[in-house]
Write a protein that binds this ligand. Sequence first.
Ligand code: NDP
Length: 348
Amino acid sequence: MHVAFLGLGAIGAPMAAHLVRPGPLTVWNRTGGRAAEFVARHGGVAAASPRDAAAAADVVITCLGTSADVSGLLDGPEGILAGVRPGALFLDCTSGDPATSRRIAARLAERGVAFADAPVSGGTNGAEAGTLTVMVGGDEQDVLQAREVLRAFGQRIEHLGPVGAGHAMKAVNNALLAVNIRAFAEGFAGLVKAGIAARRALDVLNTSSGRSFVSESLVPDRVLTGAFPPTFRLALLEKDVGIAASVLEQTGVDGALIRRTRELFREAREELGLNVTLAGVALELEFGGKQVYFVARAVSGALRQGLFDEDKRLGTYRPVLVPLANLTRIDVRPPELRTWAREQSLID
Ligand code: NDP
């Protein structure tokens, strides 16, 4: 089965890498250098346009930022619709929105092309390991065929309902993550301000009922290790919370907390731009610089006030913008913050 994979971003590239060996695989990426890099590293063939990629394929997979990005690739002389074969299957692994996907599915159906939404969960680590959870929306028959391809990177493939069901599931999952990040930061700040050492607070939380993915994994694995991997961009999480808010609105559910979280994440994006990552959130949490400010805006004003503002040594700290590419570098940590973090037993 010939697969075309469009969108070799942070998670798309490791997903596509699993499709090289079953092959044949054609890849396309808007920034062509990324596709060339992928082919040099993993194999496959790079196509010159979405049309050329789709023309070669039995299955077309997209993994772009938003559903609007996917829609934007359909039309025009170089677009997917100009190349895709009738009878092909289109799988959208973008964390997209149900309404746009239903429109895309209808347009593809006019050409005899089946569509299923298939967003993933498990992060870039899960993509590399091939252990993602895939949340699928589509017709039974199409999903059956989709499984053959999705199992290359998906360990758990769940068919949740018609087109859009996968996207709804994914959006609500991520909205809960966002709520947790915010809630963790507020509570954690309060504990530290009340005089409890940060490391101990975290340890006790993690053996108690307030624990979450954020307290058990995000903070200890990506913050306290100093790894800060540039995995998932905050702007993408904000997008997911927005989709979840729309799903709730359309189903008549009062989503007060999710709506508020969307506002807080939107403020952060407006303040800081599109390229801050969740690891960036973590960086702030531990050390400061621009990221302290970001925590203040995005995750918790309380955290900034609680952990940093009233600390004389840290209160004078001027925010510094840390480029995305540098987030893996431990040496962005200012020395005073390192001292403070040692005193708090946050690092050795
Ligand atoms: P990135 O921002 O790293 O990559 C986005 C990809 O989409 C790039 O290949 C980019 O091309 C391409 N793209 C964006 N806009 C357009 C456009 N208008 N036209 C064509 N191509 C476009 O995102 P991720 O790989 O992290 O995420 C992809 C999707 O997967 C998102 O929906 C995200 O929410 C979801 N996701 C991500 C996870 C993660 O851990 N990263 C986890 C689970 C889901 P270019 O290289 O040219 O910029």
